[in-house]
Write a protein that binds this ligand. Structure first.
Ligand code: FE2
Length: 276
C-alpha cells in the first residue's frame, strides 16, 4: 500500500467530517432544486498521441456522489451518448450513503449501454459502509468492471489499452504492484481517485496517463484565489494537468457535490480523451 497509514488524528477528523456531512446529504438529496451550479457539465478534451489507438475516444467522469437519481443524470447520459465514447472511466466517490446503491447502479447501467465501463472506488465509497464485496457483486450484476488494485487489457486492431484501477490513494488503499510493466503498442491508463497517487509513481511504472478526481476543483472558487477547501490526498493539486517524473495526470472536477449542493465558479466536468 502506498505511503504511511493515516495518523489517528487524521482518521478522527475525516470520520467526524463525514458524520457531519450525512444530514446534509440526506436532506438535499430529497430536494434536487436546491442544487446550484450542477445543471450543465463543461466538456474538456485531452489529446493523447499513440498511433495504435488513433481514432479511439474515452470519457472520464468522477465524484458522482449519486445518492438519488435526478433528471440531471438523464441529461448527463444524453451528453455522454453524444460524445460516442469507446470506453468510459469513473474514478470513485460513486456515492456518499449506502441508500444510494440502486440509484447509482441505475446510472451506471445507463453508461454501460453506451460503452464498456471501468470503475474504481473513492474515500466516500468506503465511508458509506458498503463492503467492497457488495460493490463488486452489484458491478458484476450490472456488467460494469470494478477494478480494485487490478489491471485489465483491451485488445484493439493495432494495439492494446491497459486499464489499471487502484483503490483509493487518499486512504492509503492503493497497491501499485498491480501496475503491469510497459509493453510495445500498449497505452496504459491509471484510474485512481486521489491525486496524491502521482507522488508515488516511479520511472519503472509503465503508466501513460493518470486520471483522478477527489478535489471537486475546490467546489467553491473565487477567481484568482486559492480554493477554500481541498480534501486530504490532493497534495495541493486542484484540477487540470500535472506532470511529475515523466507521468501525466489529469484531475477532473467531477459532477457531484460534498456537504452542500453548491458549485460556485466551478462547473461539473466531463473529460474526453482522444487518441491520434
Ligand atoms: Fe468526492
Amino acid at each position: 500500500m502506498i505511503g504511511r497509514p493515516l495518523r489517528w488524528t487524521q482518521r478522527l477528523k475525516i470520520a467526524l467530517l463525514h458524520r457531519v456531512s450525512l444530514p446534509f446529504h440526506w436532506l438535499f438529496n430529497r430536494f434536487p432544486n436546491a442544487e446550484v451550479g450542477h445543471a450543465r457539465a463543461e466538456i474538456t478534451t485531452l489529446a493523447c498521441r499513440h498511433a495504435p489507438l488513433a481514432g479511439r475516444r474515452a470519457v472520464q467522469i468522477t465524484d458522482l456522489h449519486l445518492d438519488r437519481y435526478h433528471s440531471r443524470h438523464d441529461s448527463l447520459l444524453d451528453t455522454i451518448a453524444g460524445l460516442k465514447p469507446d470506453w468510459i472511466f469513473v474514478t470513485g466517490d460513486l456515492l456518499t450513503v449506502s441508500d444510494g446503491l440502486p440509484h447509482l447502479f441505475r446510472f451506471l447501467a445507463g453508461l454501460r449501454d453506451l460503452a464498456p465501463v471501468y470503475l474504481t472506488l473513492g474515500n466516500h465509497d468506503h465511508y458509506s459502509g458498503i463492503p467492497v464485496d457488495r460493490f463488486s457483486e452489484w458491478a458484476d450484476r450490472h456488467k460494469v468492471h470494478l477494478l480494485i488494485n487490478q489491471a485489465m487489457f483491451v485488445q484493439t486492431e493495432d494495439g492494446e489499452l491497459g486499464i489499471v484501477g487502484l483503490d483509493d490513494p487518499s486512504l492509503h488503499r492503493a497497491d501499485l504492484r498491480c501496475i503491469p510493466p510497459p509493453a510495445p503498442d500498449r497505452f496504459t491508463v491509471l484510474l485512481a481517485h486521489a491525486p496524491n497517487v502521482l507522488d508515488h509513481l516511479d520511472d519503472h511504472h509503465g503508466v501513460d496517463l493518470v486520471l483522478c478526481g477527489h478535489s471537486h476543483g475546490g467546489q467553491w472558487q473565487v477567481p484568482f484565489l486559492r480554493p477554500f477547501w481541498l480534501p486530504y490526498g490532493c497534495n495541493g493539486r486542484t484540477q487540470g494537468h500535472h506532470d511529475r517524473n515523466g507521468h501525466r495526470l489529469y484531475i477532473n472536477r467531477g459532477i457531484g457535490w460534498s456537504l452542500l449542493p453548491i458549485r460556485w465558479s466551478c462547473p461539473p466536468e466531463i473529460l474526453v480523451i482522444d487518441w491520434s
